[in-house]
Write a protein that binds this ligand. Structure first.
Ligand code: PEP
Ligand code: MG
Length: 752
């Protein structure tokens, strides 16, 4: 087997094509296929296991094992070596399979005599649909080339199995025993709101007609032409996005980077060299990348996967000459395993009522787009693609993170009423949008927006916010492996300044590290990344990063105001050091003859508790302080903000936390230092009420908070609230949330 060459593989693929195109049932053709593979590889056994309902792998066809075991031997995913391959979508190659701890002996198969084993997953659209295994009597090691070759063959068989519908969807339903009844599926709410509509399946998988080719030169040419077309497509989208208020530009630029990724393209070319058509090679390379990336635990890198899925799909579409979109119904609920940002943008927003995803995470680009377009999203819905049929009616509840499939009429009526109520509520926010955010007793409160993508800036005019209180500069770069150069950064920051139309923007320097970093930037994995080498610590240790960013910010705000703040400052010395670097960059900029910003304000985040005991000193130095209550809360209570088991254990409305906030407000007022708060609590009306009572006059929040908080402010008497909250600070209760609710109710304060 070790002497198997690329020419042998091409020959075998060409035989496979004949078998697959030949006559006979699927069973007969698969039987011929496994025989062919066993002979081709000089193996004693070749078996094909197919995934059945209930995550069970059934021995579907074999050469070399006992024929009586066919359709009888079944292994659960995770059981034995075959189950292990399916569970992790990863190949296994062992010279001595018997000594592996996962090995499970199945006497009915007669596999007593076979020592070595090489198995690979059969993948369809990134999903494991079976396992292909070869075994030999001798203890024989397998090399990487052999594994890759078996993966190529497995891909071809996977197409045969899918095309012939060996596993039918109905079969899966029967296994669940409730074919077409209403069903509730739960997931994670990634953007709130409700939608009622019919399921439209976003087609992530393009059926590949021809898999095997005799002429790699022609296929390579087809690939290059398709890549050119793909680049043109992405460039056109970037161009449109720039014309369209520069909103999606940053996301698409990241995207173009992937389209030019040499590693990805050379893997496709290699697969063409092994005898596949261009489209099969794209699928092959993509399955491979997908399987490898799925093993990664880094959420940021896993998010790159969606972008790669998106690109591979586009490429497949170009190659198969297909138009991707059929007519979209007026009330579409899009259902997908995952989706890329540009794919989502391809749909007509006016017709989209919601998005259901099997995968998905809050910071992936498609979700950023969905938020900006205000499309409710329920993600991480297990089995969504298997359970939902095109044109099924769906009520999507993005607030509760659930969808109701094929709902009853009564349910649809109730959901419609809830949606109408929400629409009325939104209208009421729109009605107060232009009214000043001033309390009933005349205290003016500044309402700012938190942003991270250009797309977020759209909300500035929609909400009539005063400005951007927190611009998280790391957001557009999270999935990149290295930061862009000064020119690119400057162009991006300039776009931010322009899109904000003269409203003030506070740029926060890079807050990478912790859960926010492209893995390659990180030298070593840390046990406790939130408290590790992140944020200002990282940029002070790698000052060129900070220098370049500051240089870009100075240039982007030339002639205007530069408001910049540093994250995760734990000591006054860190602030001084960062400020020193800024001053040096300003001097350098002046020496080079560049226009300087007319006004410069330098602030700090207050999110590390140690700064509380240096508050007077930092308040003297900084032009402004912004409380990062998300991090401050996690460090004060030693409760990981990302760990749901502890994140909700303590309340921001506990007397302890409120006392601390009161201390900050009092000291900043005494020092005359501008104070704001930009953690999530600022955007929740009840919490915002408490903050105003404690003396905060500047709140920065995500767009969805501005309407409700503005409505609350206009119904609040700040002085009364200050007296009431002051009286609660010394209580020993765990939380004063209920007291604050009662106060709001008794004083007709609007909390929605
Ligand atoms: C915070 O920690 O409260 C904050 C606003 O910063 P981030 O959420 O980006 O860490
Ligand atoms: Mg923070």
């Amino acid at each position: 087997m070790t002497s198997f060459s690329a020419a042998d593989l091409r020959r075998m693929l060409s035989h496979l094509r004949d078998v697959m195109a030949g006559v006979g049932t699927v069973q007969e053709r698969l039987d011929k296929t496994v025989t062919l593979i066993a002979h081709g590889l000089k193996a004693d056994v070749c078996s094909c296991y197919v995934m059945r309902a209930g995550e069970v792998l059934e021995l579907f066809s074999t050469f070399g094992l006992s024929q009586t075991a066919v359709h009888m031997t079944r292994l659960r995913v995770g059981e034995g070596l075959v189950g292990e391959i399916a569970a992790h979508a990863r190949a296994i190659a062992l010279a001595d399979a018997w000594s592996h701890p996962q090995f499970v002996y199945r006497p009915e198969t007669g596999e007593d005599f076979f020592r070595s084993l090489m198995g690979v997953p059969m993948l369809q659209a990134g999903r494991v649909i079976g396992v292909l295994v070869v075994q030999t009597r001798d203890q024989r090691p397998f090399n990487d080339w052999e594994v890759e070759m078996l993966e190529t063959v497995a891909m071809v068989i996977a197409e045969l199995i899918t095309a012939s519908q060996v596993v039918k969807r109905e079969e899966l339903f029967q296994a669940e025993g409730n074919a077409l009844l209403a069903m509730r599926l739960t997931g994670a709410s990634l953007h709130p709101g409700m939608g009622i509509g019919v399921a439209v399946m976003h087609k992530p998988h393009v059926r590949i007609g021809r898999l095997i080719s005799d002429d790699p030169i022609i296929e390579e040419r087809r690939l290059q032409n398709a890549l050119d077309a793909l680049r043109r497509e992405v460039d056109a989208m970037i161009h449109d996005a720039h014309a369209d208020a520069s909103l999606y530009g940053d996301i698409l630029e990241v995207y173009r980077m992937f389209a030019d990724d040499r590693g990805w393209i050379s893997r496709i070319s290699e697969a063409i060299g092994s005898g596949l058509t261009a489209e099969a090679a794209v699928q092959r390379a993509h399955d491979d990348t997908r399987a490898r990336m799925q093993q990664m635990t880094d959420p940021i890198l896993r998010e790159r996967l969606q972008d790669l899925d998106d690109l591979a799909n586009r490429l497949l579409n170009i190659l198969s000459g297909g138009g991707m979109r059929s007519e979209l119904p007026d009330n579409a609920i899009l259902v997908c395993r995952s989706i890329g940002p540009t794919e989502l943008l391809d749909y007509d927003r006016k017709k989209l009522r919601g998005l259901v995803m099997e995968e998905g995470s809050p910071t992936m680009h498609a979700i950023v787009v969905a938020k900006a377009l205000d499309i409710p999203v329920v993600a991480q819905v297990e089995g969504a693609l298997q359970r939902i049929d095109a044109f099924d009616q769906i009520v999507l509840d993005g607030n509760a993170g659930q969808i109701i499939l094929r709902p009853s009429e009564e349910f649809v009526e109730a959901a419609t009423a809830a949606m109408e109520a929400r629409a009325r509520q939104r209208e009421s926010y729109a009605a107060v949008k232009h009214l000043p955010s001033v309390t009933a007793d005349g205290e003016a409160i500044t309402l700012n927006l938190n942003a991270g993508f250009l797309i977020d800036l759209q909300a500035l005019s929609e909400t009539n916010a005063t400005g951007i209180g927190l611009y998280r500069t790391e957001m557009p770069f999270l999935s990149m492996t290295k930061l862009p150069d000064v020119r690119t950064q400057r162009a991006l920051y300039r776009q931010v300044v322009e899109a904000s139309g003269g409203k003030p923007v506070t740029f926060r320097t890079l807050d990478v590290g912790g859960d926010k970093i492209a893995a390659s930037t990180m030298a070593t994995a840390e046990d406790n990344p939130a408290m590790g080498w992140r944020s200002i610590r990282l940029t002070l240790d790698r000052p060129s990063l900070l220098r370049q960013q500051l240089r870009a910010l100075i240039a982007a705000t030339a002639g205007g105001t530069l408001r910049v703040m540093f994250p995760m400052i734990a000591t006054v010395a860190e602030f001084d050091e960062a400020r020193f670097i800024l001053d040096r960059e300003l001097a350098r900029h002046g020496d080079d003859g560049g226009d300087a910003p007319k006004e410069i304000k330098v602030g700090t985040m207050l999110e590390v508790p140690s700064l509380l005991w240096q508050l007077d000193a930092i308040a003297r130095r900084a032009d402004f302080i912004s409380v990062g209550s998300n991090d401050l809360m996690q460090f004060v209570f030693a409760a990981d903000r990302g760990n749901t088991r502890v994140a909700n254990r303590y309340d921001t409305l506990s007397p302890a936390f409120l006392r601390m906030l009161s201390y900050i407000a009092t000291h900043c007022a005494a020092a005359g230092t501008e104070l704001s708060i930009c953690g999530e609590m600022a955007g929740r009306p009840l919490e915002a009420m408490a903050l105003i009572a404690l003396g905060f006059r500047n709140l920065s929040m995500s767009a969805s908070g501005i309407g409700p908080v503005r409505a609350m402010i206009r119904s609040l008497n700040a002085d009364e609230a200050a007296r009431y909250v002051g009286g609660l600070l010394n209580t020993e209760r765990l939380s004063v949330r209920q007291d604050l609710r009662a106060f709001a109710r008794d004083h007709n304060i609007v909390l929605q």
